[in-house]
Design a protein around this ligand. Structure first.
Ligand code: 3PG
Length: 412
């Protein structure tokens, strides 16, 4: 029986012929052995030599370990290993991010990055609207978008949700969204909520303010397209899909449905089960790249070192880059900074991420001492202070709502 080596250190590869991945590997094995075990398991090999593997199959389809740098391993998979039209992202993930996590010889393995060849990228459509499409809808060409997540997450009626959104829009917010745990509970049916919020948004538009609200349509695969189309017919201005719980195919199906004419906001609830451990799982930037391919128009990327969610500035920047880099043939995704945001920390996010972001606060709006409208104003004032480059404490001296927010939550 032939024995095959998956090592190809230093080999110059045609980037258009391979999916190139980077893994951080923790193991007691020599790192070369561990890298080879991954390349074999995920392509043409298994734990032992097999009589059915021949030179031709190996030459065409075997993965190659092309670099090892400390604990970082680069593995290239031939484009032919992928079944994009039928297998799509589920099959991609089974190759680059599948069985390898279970290999007993590895203490930990984290998929840090992936690059796809042109031949695969061109089979995806990317966002229909993207960041600029959202900005056009909102008539807001430059400043960061500023939004809220209706709080409490659950429990408000459709009318109270609509009232919240009207107040938030009156205070200047450009974006509203359902929270990830709200879909169609008895206390807030999706049809009634969507219609009530649509009326509130219409009122705001008549008063000269543009705002969208993402209705959470996360559901079973067989139901999501119908729910998306229904929500749109009830007046939804944006749809929200929880990508990790619903799957990439759900985002892609909604985004590519020709009947859907509104942007798709992508929430990442449950992502931390995969992204939080620095030595095991999948980096958020990989998830962001896949969401962009599948057509998400906006995606939660973390709050760049502030807020309630874990995630340092560098990680947030990498996620932002995956949403916005020029190296793929897709529109850019609007990066959404969400989770424990409040006015005092807005300048830090803008400083780290720039102006092409959507910054949103739930508690940081609804928890304002003077209510939702004042909370929305305080968030907008914080955005304006950062956009104009005026220190936030200085700006607050002439902006009452912002001052109250700083008094309540400070700037850290
Ligand atoms: C989200 O969807 O990002 C969270 O529900 C944010 O809520 P918070 O602003 O109150 O932390």
């Amino acid at each position: 029986m032939n024995s095959y080596s998956y090592m190809a250190l230093g080999e110059e590869l045609d980037k258009d012929a391979y999916v190139i991945t980077k893994y951080r590997v923790s193991t007691d094995l020599p790192i070369e052995k561990a890298a080879e075990a991954i390349a074999a398991e995920q392509s043409t090999g298994t734990w032992t030599g097999i009589s059915t593997l021949n030179d031709d199959v190996f030459r065409k389809y075997a993965a190659k370990v092309t670099a090892i740098d400390g604990d970082m391993v680069t593995i290239a998979y031939p484009e032919e290993d992928f079944s994009i039209r039928v297998g799509a992202v589920p099959q991609i993930l089974s190759v680059i991010s599948g069985n390898l996590y279970g290999l007993g010889a590895l203490k930990g393995v984290r998929l840090e990055d992936v690059e796809f060849p042109k031949g695969i990228l061109k089979q995806y459509k990317g966002p229909k609207f993207g960041d600029q499409g959202l900005r056009e809808i909102l008539h807001r060409p430059e400043k960061p978008l500023v939004g809220t997540i209706v709080k409490p997450k659950i429990g408000l009626s459709p009318e109270d949700t609509a009232k919240y959104i009207y107040e938030a829009g009156s205070g200047g917010l450009t974006n509203g969204k359902d929270d990830e745990t709200l879909v169609d509970q008895v206390f807030c049916p999706i049809e009634a909520r969507t219609k009530a919020v649509a009326e509130a948004l219409d009122r705001l538009r008549e008063e000269g303010h543009y705002m969208v609200h993402a209705i959470n349509i996360s559901t079973n695969g067989q139901d999501i397209l119908q729910l998306a189309e229904d929500a749109q017919s009830w007046g939804a201005t944006q749809l929200m899909v929880d990508v990790i719980t619903c799957g990439y195919g759900a985002v892609q199906a909604v985004a590519e449905d020709p009947k859907i004419k509104i942007p798709v906001h992508v929430h990442r609830t449950m992502h931390a089960a995969m992204t939080k451990d620095p030595y095991n799982g999948i980096a958020m930037r990989v998830i962001a790249k896949l969401v962009r391919m599948c057509g998400g128009d906006a995606l939660h990327i973390g709050t760049l070192g502030v807020g309630k969610m874990e995630g340092a500035i560098a990680e947030g920047k990498a996620n932002q880059d995956a949403c916005q880099s020029d190296d793929v043939p897709f529109k850019k995704v609007m990066p959404v900074c969400s989770g424990g945001m409040f006015p005092g920390i807005v300048p830090k996010v803008v400083q780290a991420a720039g102006n092409n972001v959507q910054i949103q606060a739930g508690g940081g709006v609804a928890g304002h001492p003077e209510g939702v409208r004042a909370g929305a104003k305080a968030m907008c004032q914080a955005i304006d202070s950062a956009y104009e480059g005026v220190p936030i404490e200085e700006y607050a001296k002439t902006h009452h709502e912002l001052q109250l927010a700083l008094d309540r939550w400070g700037t850290k």
